[in-house]
Design a protein around this ligand. Sequence first.
Ligand code: ADP
Ligand code: ASP
Ligand code: MG
Length: 408
Amino acid sequence: MALIVQKYGGTSVGSIERIKNVAQRVARFKAQGHQVVVVVSAMTGETNRLIGLAKEIQSHPDPREMDVLVSTGEQVTIALLSMALMEMGLKAKSYTGAQVRILTDAAHTKARILSIDEENLRRDLNAGHVVVVAGFQGVDEKGNITTLGRGGSDTTGVALAAALKADECQIYTDVDGVYTTDPRIVPEARKLKTITFEEMLEMASLGSKVLQIRSVEFAGKYKVKLRVLSSFEEEGEGTLITFEEDAMEQPIISGIAFNRDEAKITVLGVPDRPGIAYAILGPVAEANIDVDMIIQNVGADGTTTDFTFTVHRNDFTKAMEILKKVQSAIGAREVKGDDKTAKVSLVGVGMRSHSGIASNMFKTLAAEGINSQMISTSEIKISVVIDEKYLELAVRVLHKAFNLEQAA
Ligand code: ADP
Ligand code: ASP
Ligand code: MG
């Protein structure tokens, strides 16, 4: 007998029919003698619909009320799935995040989980219940409802698996595993049997939304056995997220991630002296805007230099306003912005021991006339910022150039 946490995403619970299908799968695992905790998302489109309603009233909705609103999506699916399980003769019980007591910090709309009270869940499991928990939500110390950021049900699933010391956390979604890149963009993308935590962490943080990044962080930290699978297929092993030690010979590149949400800001002609990066980025950080890539050029004339960085596209207008305000205090000549940029990244632990990856990447992009506006590298990834209109082309040609459609 194993304890399994299964998380089903929005599409997988997108209709009554699909909720019944989920109930059948859960019943199969119960019939095999396993204990099952199910985490569900809201029905597909529901979270977006609720956010849309809020924005019809407030252009920047109050964060506390926003969490009260968007957490309702998951409250619907936990009840419906529990009913579907009961209809199949199983014992089932639903829990909201607050009812479990998934304690988070108070950062509304992007809260972090601090602790999980697993006592009630364990008692129900031992009494033979399937426990159905609302994803994406928690409660802060004062009893306010919080949510974990978009895609946060993945994190609920992994955090519950960690708290309950589950044997496996299964993430059921609308694809049958993690692919070399988003199969919606590159039909030739290949499903990976395994991917290392390190690579999955990079893929998620660089834009592959198949798993929320915090869920991967949790899985790595608490050594949760994590698998991505299809909720539409009966069979299949999906993709197992492994620790590098377990993996066999690694391919050089495991996948390509991309992100359309980048916006680029350049501060031109700033004095080339200590403290300048702080003078530019300090006010941006104070406004709670996360900065992603940063490049400071070598000053051509020895007195001034140019400074470029990227932010999330949603923060672009605010960041531009801030910089225009501090421009003269910094002594900058000009502030320029471009919110039609995108980032494409190659990820692979094999990069550590191979050279020539970057040059092959630049050659491939150049052959298509795609200009690399910014470049950043780490041990296991190379990211390039390009004009948004070339993103899909870039992903496709890189996928081909690195032979990712063929098994390594
Ligand atoms: P869910 O609602 O189940 O949480 P998501 O939409 O959040 O599903 O995540 C699944 C989607 O992630 C897929 O439909 C796919 O388009 C996208 N995706 C992006 N990158 C990848 C990748 N490398 N492998 C698999 N799917 C990916
Ligand atoms: N329903 C939430 C969202 O759409 C959480 C999730 O699906 O993981 O972001
Ligand atoms: Mg998701």
